[in-house]
Design a protein around this ligand. Structure first.
Ligand SMILES: [Zn+2]
Length: 692
């Protein structure tokens, strides 16, 4: 590893020509993506770790008494190079991953794990942190300073700083193996999503699909050496239309089974064993840290606090949701009979006949609605809402700006006082190198440097429906909701304003509040009138169609709620285990538990364990429930606007910005929510919204 021996100084940077090693000399300090090679990333990460290690050594060797400045602030500010390199590498590795990048991720994963442990299991460093922490009453700190002191102290304790040497050594091994397995899981899933194909040999099998979907499938077949056929992969824009619209029951079955069996095909990308091993290692870690199970440990620093509180919320909604799903199944059976058939519906019939039932009940035609949901128009609607609420504006940057992907667009986000608040990238379309799903991330989070606010660079990355042959990307209602959702995360990132990085994070089950809250505006009549324009004629969506969207919005919530709660329960069930059953098969375990709770056989968890990246890839482990936890808050928060009769009520929006979006994590989520609302959240808005 020659990179480690390079001198850490500016000259080496210049000679070396690695753009990651110095501040980016580009507009807005955006990474010069096209100039960064894989070796640059490797060198940057290795040197970043070295640099931070040296900073930590200097802190420990400091002969002065530990103070807030020389210990807590110094820690908060350390690792600048590493943050810059990882801040660039990490988003790219999700949305523009190459084989080289995946190999580098694998190479780095154990090193990062060890690096992290070198910091948080360092006894001399912890002794200094503890000295400051024990003296905190005498320090006269601001609220934010107090919070980062607590956060940093907690992070040491939660990382095992108080364990014996033997336990620390075991913990290091566990951390390393867990991070490796999570990465392997994610890489398997990416491969399976893009490379599991269902092929149709005859156009007769495609009846019911739109011409755009048929064209896309033909293109995919051609690209994969099967010209003249039609292929679907397991990205939602490719496989969902089959489940929803395709008349051919056999093709629907093939797609359905392939989709839910990603990671469970007995091939080299099968993740069943990885899942079982992960669950066992996480439990061992939790026990080492003094907890009964992993969920207890994960929940300690979240709003929900205990597994019991999570089950309580989920089970409150489970009963009404299953009842609703059974009503929907009756509608589905009626639709099947209408067509002169008499079979019992299966999982692959659900979306298809539910869509028919919806059309019959509300006379809605999703495909007709899609014509009013062209992606650029939707974008304008999203910007309009943000402008009406917060007074911020958006200017597309078209000139010389580093682009990591030609179809991504960049915007300057301008605050109401004219200052630049953030840079926003929208990267909406699928490609092979992009992982499935939708997410918000940043190349650079907001921070302060020498008293100056460094603006965040935020990305929304999604897998929306691609443009049709005429160049128009027409979206489904679900996709539009997703765009509003991810933009809600982006707003949180734009507006955060904290002095210290260690104060920027919020509780896992608070994260979805800003995003889900933003969804509430998507289909309000005042908003649809602005953006829902016919892609060809520019005509505004007719009142009648708009009403239908509103009326039908709650239809299908039985299915949506059951599949979501089922996944949340499976995530919890595996992580409240206090002992791992011999030869644990996660798929069987999940199915048994859900059957005990009376899940209708036609509904599977939204993600089955081998394709459940939230929990097995890390990030939302024992945390998938967070969406519903936050939904209690977002539904109640939107009510605050509704109650005034003005969904753009400026005063309420300002309160939301001030108490929820701006403070980062300087307070507990529930305290911030109460500051905004003036009271505790109530669950009735959630049930009402879901029509349960
Ligand atoms: Zn989200």
């Amino acid at each position: 590893m020659t990179a480690l021996s390079l001198a850490i100084c500016g000259c080496a940077t210049q000679k070396n020509g690695n753009p990651l090693l110095s501040e980016f000399d580009t507009p807005y300090g955006i990474a010069p993506f096209s100039k960064i090679t894989i070796d640059n990333y490797r060198e940057g990460m290795l040197r970043g770790m070295e640099e931070q290690k040296a900073e930590i050594e200097a802190m420990i060797d400091n002969s002065e008494e530990p103070t807030f400045e020389n210990t807590i602030v110094a820690l908060d500010r350390s690792g600048k190079l590493l943050s810059r390199v990882r801040g660039t590498f990490s988003p790219i590795s999700s949305s523009n991953s190459t084989e080289e990048m995946r190999a580098l991720q694998k190479e780095m994963s154990p090193l990062f794990s060890a690096h992290n442990d070198d910091i948080y299991l360092n006894e001399r460093l912890f002794a200094r942190v503890k000295a400051v922490y024990d003296n905190k009453q005498a320090l006269n700190l601001t609220a934010e300073q107090k919070k980062i002191l607590e956060n940093i102290y907690d992070r040491f304790v939660n990382s095992g700083a108080e364990l014996s040497d033997t336990d620390k050594a075991r913990l290091r091994e566990l951390n390393k193996e867990i991070s490796m397995l999570q990465l392997e899981f994610s890489q398997n899933l990416l491969y399976e999503t893009n490379n599991t194909f269902v092929v149709a040999n005859s156009i007769d099998e495609l009846k019911g699909l739109s011409q755009a979907n048929i064209d896309a499938a033909a293109k995919m077949a051609e690209a994969n050496g099967e010209p003249g056929k039609w292929m679907f992969n397991m990205q939602r824009p490719s496989c969902n239309p089959v489940l929803q619209y395709c008349e051919n029951r056999e093709l629907r079955r093939k797609v359905y089974e392939a989709y839910y069996n990603r990671g469970n095909q007995g091939n080299e990308y099968d993740s069943k064993e990885i899942c079982a091993r992960l669950v066992a290692l996480r439990l061992e870690k939790a026990k080492l840290m003094g907890y009964n199970n992993y969920a207890e440990m994960a929940l300690e620093n979240r709003m929900a606090s205990t597994p019991a509180a999570v089950y309580d919320l989920l089970m409150q909604v489970w009963g009404p949701a299953v009842a609703k799903a059974k009503e929907e199944l009756d509608d589905i059976r009626a639709e099947i009979r209408k067509e002169g058939d008499d079979f019992e519906p299966e999982g692959w019939d659900y979306m298809y006949y539910l869509d028919k039932a919806k059309r019959a009940k509300f006379a809605v035609d999703e495909e007709e609605i899609c014509q009013y949901l062209e992606i650029n128009n939707v974008m304008q609607g999203i910007f309009h809402v943000a402008n009406k609420l917060y007074g911020i504006t958006f200017k597309e940057i078209t000139g010389d700006i580093p682009a990591y992907e030609p179809t991504a667009k960049a915007y300057e986000v301008i605050d109401k006082d004219g200052t630049t608040l953030a840079i926003f990238y929208s990267d909406y379309f699928p490609r092979e190198s992009k992982r499935a799903g939708a997410w918000c991330t940043s190349f650079r989070p907001q921070r302060y440097e020498n008293g100056k606010r460094i603006i965040p660079i935020v990305v929304n990355s999604c897998n929306m429906t691609l443009p049709n042959s005429e160049g128009y990307a027409l979206q489904s209602i679900d996709n539009v909701e997703t765009m509003f959702h991810e933009f809600g995360h982006a707003l949180h990132n734009f507006m955060r304003d904290v002095q210290y990085s260690s104060a920027s994070g919020v509780e896992r089950d608070f994260v979805e509040l800003p995003s889900q809250k933003n969804e509430h505006w998507a289909f309000e009549p005042e908003v649809l009138e602005v953006y829902a324009k016919h892609y060809k004629t520019g005509e505004t969506i007719p009142m009648e169609l708009l009403k239908k969207i509103q009326e039908s919005a709650k239809y299908g919530q039985g299915f949506a709620t059951v599949e979501y709660i089922a996944a949340s329960l499976s995530d919890m069930d595996l992580h409240v285990l206090t002992e791992i059953p011999a030869g644990l098969n996660v798929m069987e375990f999940e199915a048994e538990k859900l059957a005990e709770r009376g899940i209708p056989s036609q509904i599977l968890p939204r993600y089955r364990m081998t394709n459940f990246s939230h929990t097995m890839g890390g990030g939302y482990t024992a945390g998938y429930y967070s969406y519903m936890w936050a939904e209690v808050l977002d539904a109640d928060a939107f009510d605050a606007f509704k109650e005034t009769g003005d969904i753009f009520n400026h005063e309420i929006a300002e309160r939301f910005r001030k108490y929820v979006l701006t403070p980062g994590g300087i307070d507990d989520g529930m305290i911030m929510y109460r500051n905004f609302r003036g009271r505790d959240p109530k669950t009735d808005a959630l049930l009402r919204n879901r029509g349960l």
